[in-house]
Design a protein around this ligand. Structure first.
Ligand code: IMP
Length: 183
């Protein structure tokens, strides 16, 4: 049986091991480094979920870059409320800059679509999205992440920054919700 954790009322089983995540993040970092070499991009990480991903990813980018943070909410428990609220904006001027938005997961696409709209109004030279996880079957908004760590099914996942009602962000692995609780 796969390793399990219990958070609140739900069980989650191991989905992505530490090594799998590290290897993919390394590949993404190298790809970004190739694409943005000499361009001094500004990474904009979406709190709280992308904290570990942003930290690991940017440490694989061996050229000049900046790192900033924004914070939005849309989720309650395991469901999106469908409404995006900005809790923390950024201070950097991104006019004429290459901007890379770092997300933990693209689910309905609401968050990325909303942030995109706000950042595009600030006229960056380019704007792309890198996400660790992508649920293409859950997508409801016209966004397509440019760099994807793992495409996953429409499951609820926790760990490596992702939470279930505040718990699970500190898990080094990624776990997915177990549907059949009898097993
Ligand atoms: P979206 O706006 O529906 O694309 O969802 C984006 C945000 O919802 C992410 O940044 C996460 O904070 C949260 N979210 C979406 N799916 C999951 C999941 O499976 N586990 C934990 N959080 C999730």
């Amino acid at each position: 049986m796969k390793r399990r954790v219990k958070l609140w009322d739900k069980y989650f089983e191991l989905f992505l091991e530490v090594d799998q995540i590290a290897q993919r993040v390394d590949e993404l970092g190298k790809q970004l480094q190739k694409d943005y070499l000499g361009k001094r991009p500004i990474f904009v990480a979406v709190l709280n979920g992308s904290i570990h991903f942003a930290s690991d990813l940017t440490r694989h980018f061996h050229d000049k870059c900046e790192l900033s943070f924004v914070k939005y909410t849309s989720y309650q428990g395991v469901k999106s409320t469908g409404k995006l609220n900005r809790l923390l904006g950024m201070q950097e001027n991104i006019f004429g800059r290459h901007v890379i938005l770092i997300e933990d997961i693209v689910d309905s696409g609401l968050t990325v679509a909303g942030i995109f709209e706000e950042l595009e109004a600030l006229e960056p030279l380019s704007l792309r999205v890198v996400t660790l996880l992508y649920k293409p079957k859950a997508l409801r908004h016209a966004v397509k992440p440019d760099y994807v760590g793992f495409e996953i099914a429409n499951d609820f996942v926790v760990g490596y920054g992702l939470d279930y009602n505040g718990l699970g962000r500190n898990l080094p692995e990624v776990y997915r919700a177990v549907v059949d609780l009898a097993t």
